[in-house]
Design a protein around this ligand. Structure first.
Ligand code: GRF
Length: 203
């Protein structure tokens, strides 16, 4: 399944997806990486893996819809069938989300529905939770609110600061995202009537 990855930054989750997809038996092929930020670290990771690396600078468009039309055109040009958001820091309009419904997934560094949005680790610390983690979900119009495909948890330990907690969660993200992409690309996990249905039996 031809898969595009959208990034804004360093791309460590992108790297985890590229590494998983390097295995011929993996059901998704990463065909392009698109960054909305020029010079994002993840672009070099894509190039190193021999994957098309494109920049679509949102600042070059005067309206959100114009940026998204260009994004949609680039995805269509590349023949993308699935889209993974991996540290992509732009909100997407309901219209764009609709066009990719059931075919676009995101990773978020919290156990959703807790701590949607930014600064998740500091907010988890402030709330005093003892477990946090990461979630992969289908993208819906409301930010970080789409149906959850998979989650991984880590403990919050005494003395943690946001950076220490982020690093612990990140190790889980790097396992979780490839596993969830595998499930979606293989058809094992599907969005049906706004819910995730996981097929039973062999993956
Ligand atoms: C990850 O923590 C991801 O969950 C969040 O942004 C971060 C991106 O990191 N949405 P990277 O660019 O994948 O290294």
């Amino acid at each position: 399944v031809r898969t595009a990855v959208l990034i804004s930054g360093r791309g460590s989750n992108l790297q985890a997806l590229l590494d998983a997809a390097a295995d011929a038996s993996f059901p998704a092929e990463i065909v392009c990486v698109i960054s909305n930020r020029p010079g994002a670290g993840g672009l070099a990771r894509a190039e190193a893996a021999g994957v098309a690396a494109l920049t679509l600078d949102h600042k070059a468009y005067n309206a959100r819809e114009a940026f998204e039309d260009a994004l949609h055109a680039a995805l269509t040009d590349q023949g993308a069938e699935l889209v993974c958001l991996a540290g992509f820091m732009r909100l997407l309009t309901p219209g764009f989300v609709q066009r990719w419904q059931g075919r676009m997934i995101n990773i978020h560094p919290s156990l959703l529905p807790s701590f949607k949005g930014v600064d998740t680790h500091q907010r988890a610390l402030d709330a005093g939770v003892k477990l946090t983690g990461a979630s992969v979900h289908f993208v819906s119009a409301e930010m970080d609110a789409g149906p959850v495909i998979g989650q991984g948890a880590v403990p919050v330990l005494p003395g943690d600061d946001a950076a220490a907690l982020a690093a612990r969660v990140l190790t889980v993200e790097h396992k979780l995202y490839p596993e969830c992409l595998r499930q979606v690309a293989s058809g094992q996990a599907r969005l049906v009537d706004g819910r995730v249905v996981i097929a039973r039996g062999a993956p």
